[in-house]
Design a protein around this ligand. Structure first.
Ligand code: RFL
Length: 396
């Protein structure tokens, strides 16, 4: 084990949470090292989210991190719901908070944030896995690192930020007696598909069908994300290109509406729609942000936005503690973040119930489908429901 090398804050993970945090810390002159298991090329190509809420855009703008999304991001203000009773559109940009969403691929945002962080004098150790955390109850916590050339060393800081996502090591370092973890699988699994094809429709489209949910979301003028509800445990390799496009066409009812713009499938992966929340999000000198703190199903496109919200909140608190000797923000970090995390969980749960119902002809399935139809009808016809949807769809 080599000697410790010190920074004021050691951040585990170079996703949206870790990189926003690192950039805000560097802007305030705080020294910061980010340790990332993957290579730079890998994280700059990892396609995931695409929709940024106005709050996220504001955080990025206020901190000089929005040049890329301003130049190449697209504003969306409408989504559509399609089902057996036709299609309706919701112009959420004219409802609720009257704000649009910005579509900007997560990997492009990550690439922008890496460049900005390095320009601000930050250090990122790519290809380096954190294998353990130590001393989080002390004033010199540290992480064990396994570098690309097989070297093992320990990095210490005044604070540790666990931004290492859903499968990371940081959250496991919270003592079980000090933290409670809530986990729930919502009974729905999606095949997440990335296609090298222009969007087929102007708006995000949610299709409700007896065969299961299908979704369409633009990512750029040449790449589109689709979702297909599939049984849990499905092997993505069972879904060849023809099968994917044929199933999307059925559920998207292309016989009634426009055909899909087909193209090569770049990625297919299954996502179990699940929630995980840890309470509190901190212990000693370890603070969790992003998916490491709380995992949310992608049904409401909130994950990356919650990661940015938490990183912003944590950055302010760390700067207050390190630069102004004021630890109050750190003490209330969990209390500041958790209500917003639970609010987003509630909306994503509502979206899951709006978009899915069980298959089959038994009484329970028929009843659930009738409820789902009623929900969609309320959303189509009632201004109060539309305002609820719009406020939560774009809000954090
Ligand atoms: P990330 O992005 O997973 O980054 C964590 C980083 O930590 C690294 N890491 C480690 N590094 C060092 N040592 C270790 N031991 C490490 N273990 C892990 C990882 O390599 C990685 O680089 O977490 P972060 O920063 O919290 O950001 C969260 C978001 O990435 C996530 O919530 C969103 O992508 C979720 N999500 C969406 N969110 C939205 O807001 N809008 C969307 O439209 C949206 N669509 C999606 C999504 C997630 C998806 N998947 C893949 C689950 C669509 C999909 C298909």
């Amino acid at each position: 084990m080599l000697a410790s090398r010190d920074a004021q804050v050691v951040v585990v993970g170079a996703g949206p949470a870790g990189l926003v945090l690192g950039n805000l810390l560097r802007a305030a002159g705080v020294t910061c090292v980010i340790v990332e298991r993957q290579s730079r090329a890998h994280v700059e190509r990892r396609a995931r989210a695409g929709f940024l809420a106005p709050h996220s855009v504001r955080v990025l703008e206020e901190n000089g991190l929005a040049a890329g999304l301003r130049a190449r991001g697209e504003r969306h203000d409408t989504c559509a719901f399609r089902g057996e009773h036709g299609q309706f559109e919701l112009n959420y940009g004219a409802l609720g908070h009257r704000q649009p969403l910005t579509v900007y691929p997560q990997q492009d945002l990550v690439a922008d944030l890496i460049t900005a962080f390095l320009d601000r004098g930050g250090e990122i150790r790519f290809d380096t896995a954190v294998t353990g955390l130590h001393g989080i109850d002390t004033d010199r916590p540290s992480v064990d690192c396994a570098g690309p050339d097989g070297t093992a060393y320990r990095l210490s800081g005044a604070y540790l930020a666990g931004c290492d996502g859903r499968h990371g090591v940081a959250r496991r370092a919270l003592p079980a007696v000090a933290a409670r973890e809530y986990r729930r699988y919502h009974g729905v699994t999606w095949l997440a598909i990335l296609a090298q094809a222009p969007p087929s429709m102007a708006a995000v489209t949610y299709a409700v069908h007896d065969r299961g949910f299908a979704g369409h979301m633009a990512r750029s003028s040449t790449v589109t994300r689709y979702y297909l509800q599939v049984p849990r445990g499905e092997d993505p390799e069972e879904w060849g290109e023809r099968r994917i496009w044929d199933e999307l066409a059925v559920r998207m009812r292309t016989a009634q509406y426009e055909p899909l713009h087909e193209g090569p499938i770049l990625e297919r992966t299954t996502v179990d729609l699940s929630s995980e929340v840890r309470e509190p999000l901190q212990h000693g000198r370890l603070f969790l942000a992003g998916d490491a703190a709380a995992l949310i199903s992608p049904s409401a496109a909130k994950g990356a936005n919650l990661a940015i919200m938490a990183a912003d909140t944590l950055a302010r608190a760390l700067v207050d503690a390190l630069v102004r000797d004021d630890p109050r923000g750190l003490a209330r970090y969990s209390r500041d973040c958790l209500p917003r995390l639970w609010h987003a969980q509630e909306f994503s749960h509502w979206m899951i119930n709006l978009l899915h119902s069980p298959a089959g002809d038994d009484d329970e399935a028929v009843f659930q489908r009738a409820l789902q139809r009623a929900r969609l009808t309320s959303l189509r016809d009632l201004r109060s429901h539309q305002d609820y949807f719009a406020e939560n769809y774009v809000g954090i």
